[in-house]
Design a protein around this ligand. Structure first.
Ligand SMILES: Cc1cc2nc3c(=O)[nH]c(=O)nc-3n(C[C@H](O)[C@H](O)[C@H](O)COP(=O)(O)OP(=O)(O)OC[C@H]3O[C@@H](n4cnc5c(N)ncnc54)[C@H](O)[C@@H]3O)c2cc1C
Ligand code: SF4
Ligand code: SF4
Ligand code: SF4
Length: 398
């Protein structure tokens, strides 16, 4: 039976919930907005299945060195809607065209991030692009299992811990499954995302006006791939025309600053159990940051994917899309030097606990800004003076 003491030891994948034969585990939201399993002890039959499928309690070995490619989709429109080189879209379209099913993360009508699936090419666009919030997996492992049992090909995409959870859940019965994960910095709290969105819209609208959000893009490329914008657009009820409520470079947007400042990531992201390709996926996609140093002629600032191929299945699907993309073989070292998230978890900021203790007491957006603001010059001077004093006082005791 799963009994959680340390929150860092649960990635929130729902594998235990979906596998339990007595349905005695449910996910419950904590005060930070993340979901954790809770077991009804009286119903448990001690079968240990939940522990066996858990990617933290039953971890996998470090993956072998994969083949590495720099790749980009030839379709510029699709590449512009994707976060890096638009390779996910090509792989997904290939599976759908062959009659398969694609699972991934999308925003629902309440602008929450959820895992879902499509069997149609027309259903693919909502799955494109990175959403920087932990997605709710729900029953999607069970749904994928049903498609696989019916002999369908399934492409399941997500964060590495979600793929590790799926593979643990399925065990040996994988059928025609292809798994694709992303290089993962970490996932922000869904509750912080929801509060941020509400507060932002509240500022943009007149009193009593309702917002009809039409689009949220965490990675809008209108100003380029490297200096991407965070964009929310929509319309106010009873008014005409689409308004861009916010369109800010990521470095200036409070939600993105809090995310990249690691302020409100899931606790497991500070001790990620699936770094270094431990998820067991067939393919891993990421941004090929630093492409200008490795392949300067490819540096068009419209997005290049780093593609890692881990298995024969992965190799085969990349072969199938090769006419629709450009690709060049590359090296792991070229990607990892600008993408430490491949190997290392981020460090938990010292003020994270303070943030989560006090965030409900004040307006969120200025509070995020206060928490992530760089140390001012005055503070640096005070810190240096303190250090000098400490060093001097140390000498006196020699
Ligand atoms: C939370 C998160 C952190 C990331 N951190 C890094 C990083 O540190 N370095 C790096 O190089 N790349 C990172 N990426 C990956 C990168 O942003 C691109 O998603 C990836 O390169 C694929 O790009 P693409 O253009 O091929 O496809 P896109 O169309 O951009 O990718 C869509 C894919 O991302 C998946 N996805 C989107 N949001 C989520 C989510 N919330 N949860 C699970 N899956 C999701 C979809 O299911 C789909 O498979 C991260 C992505 C996410 C979601
Ligand atoms: S031990 Fe078995 S019955 Fe008990 S919670 Fe885990 S999976 Fe469910
Ligand atoms: S990591 Fe997944 S399987 Fe393990 S306890 Fe958490 S939700 Fe359950
Ligand atoms: S950093 Fe690790 S634990 Fe966190 S979401 Fe990504 S894969 Fe999961």
């Amino acid at each position: 039976m799963i009994s959680l003491i340390d929150k860092k030891k649960c990635v929130g994948c729902h594998a235990c919930v979906q596998r339990c034969p007595k349905s005695c585990i449910r996910m419950k939201e904590d005060e930070e907005g993340f979901l954790y399993p809770e077991t009804a002890v009286s119903l448990c039959i001690d079968c240990h299945l939940c522990e066996r499928v858990c990617p933290v309690l039953s971890p996998k070995e470090e993956g072998r060195q994969p083949e590495v490619y720099a790749m980009k989709n030839r379709d510029e429109e699709v590449r512009s809607r994707s976060s890096s080189g638009g390779i996910f879209s090509l792989v997904a379209a290939e599976i759908l065209t062959e009659g398969g099913v694609v699972f991934g993360a999308r925003l629902n009508d309440r602008w929450e991030v959820v895992h879902d699936y499509t069997e149609q090419l027309q259903g693919l666009p909502p799955f494109l692009g990175s959403k920087y919030v932990q997605s709710k997996i729900g029953n999607s492992y069970r749904q994928a299992e049903q498609f696989l049992k019916a002999g369908r090909c399934v492409l399941f995409s997500g964060t590495p811990c979600q793929i590790a959870g799926l593979l643990g859940y399925l065990g040996e019965e994988k059928g025609h499954l292809i798994t694709l994960d992303v290089i993962c910095h970490g996932v922000p709290s869904p509750r912080i995302w929801d509060s941020y969105l509400r507060e932002l819209l509240g500022k943009k609208l007149a009193v009593g006006e309702e917002a009809l959000v039409k689009e949220v893009s965490f990675r809008n490329k209108e100003q380029g791939w490297k200096n991407y914008n965070f964009v929310i657009q929509g319309t106010a009820e009873n008014s005409v025309g689409i308004k861009k409520w916010i369109s800010e470079p990521w470095k200036e947007n409070s939600f993105m600053r809090g995310f990249l400042g690691d302020l409100y990531l899931r606790p497991s992201c500070y001790a990620c159990p699936v770094k270094s390709f431990r998820s067991g996926s067939d393919l891993t996609l990421g941004d090929f940051w630093g492409i200008e140093e490795v392949l300067p002629e490819w540096d068009d600032d419209r997005g290049i994917s780093a593609v890692f191929v881990h298995s024969e299945k992965g190799k085969e699907v990349i072969q199938r899309i090769k006419d629709k993309c450009e690709g060049v073989e590359s090296r792991y070292e070229y990607v990892v030097r600008r993408n430490p998230s491949l190997e290392k978890s981020v460090t938990e900021p010292r003020n994270r606990q303070y943030f989560f203790t006090h965030w409900k007491e004040k307006p969120l957006i200025p509070f995020i800004e206060e928490m992530v603001k760089p140390v001012s010059q005055g503070k640096w001077k005070r810190l240096i003076r303190k250090l000098v004093r400490l060093l001097k006082s140390g000498k006196r005791y020699e």
